[in-house]
Design a protein around this ligand. Sequence first.
Ligand SMILES: [Zn+2]
Length: 361
Amino acid sequence: MSLSDLRALSNRYGSNPDYVLGGGGNTSFKENGILYVKASGQRLSDMTEEGFVAMEVEKLRSIAAREYEGTDKEVEAAVLADMMAARLPGEDKRPSVEAAVHALMEGAYVLHIHPNLLNGITCARQGEITLKVMLQGLALWIPEIKPGYTLAHKASGDLAKFKEEHGAPCQIMFLQNHGVFFTADTVEEIDRLTAALFGAFGRFSPILPSAEPTAKASPLSETLSALAEGKKVLFEGSDLIDAGLAADYFEKLPTFTPDHMVYCGHKFLLTTPEGLAADYEAFAASEGFAPKVVGIKGVGAFAVGESDYKAGLILALLKDAIKIALYAEGSGGPRFQSSFLVNFIRNWEVETYRAGAISDK
Ligand SMILES: [Zn+2]
């Protein structure tokens, strides 16, 4: 039981693009009242032992339990100040926004990831029912909620209630339109929990079209490159991408979870070869940002980013969102975040910080 085990756990789950992408997800380890939690903006795949922030478990639990008063902005600022003050002396990194939830979960290790297979449940219309049927009440379901303090406050009450009803602490918590938390006292038990869930839901889920690229280049990349004024453009075609392009909700795909929105914006552009230039400009003018994903039926999808790494990440998040949508078909079809939450995330300071903090490889 140590920080090096936590680093190994983080790297292992963080290296699987079907579990987590970019700076998403987080891990922690607690011992003697101290929580070691991932710093914001770090990637799980290349975490080192220095990438964790040491914080006081009890202080974090009391932040989650407390009622803060004031406007959204005032509450955010007060919570951020209390979070920073919950760090051990000498710590200068900013903790993950989900640090308080890590403190609430009772196992020594906490793993929080955004796996597309399980997000096929959290982002499905009948997700909560499917979860109840599959796990017989063994997992906690948290309905769509503002991330950060609001989530931690809700989890504080619901985790306590779960423990009272079950006579044991909750080990698996599903967050609607977000991801899943696992907790256990050993890394081996975390692995047993994830293997059991991936096995069960894997058998139950639809088989996806092949993600193997059928095309890696398109003459339209040059047109898009010129429109995007020097940004990097990546193109891919595959059966999986075709399935996404055929869905009538293609443009809404990034509103599945906060993570997709952070890197891809809140909307994709769907256009035609002839309409590309005009639609690109019209999208930028009406949405206030240039499209980061451009889909063309019968052609494929383009990811536009400031660097090769960022364009690659955007492409990966597009494929991830398509997988979620297809898995969700097994539970009543996809369910996107409400427009209230979409607008909240668009303006959220913490996520702006996270998107900016992720470095190129
Ligand atoms: Zn998350």
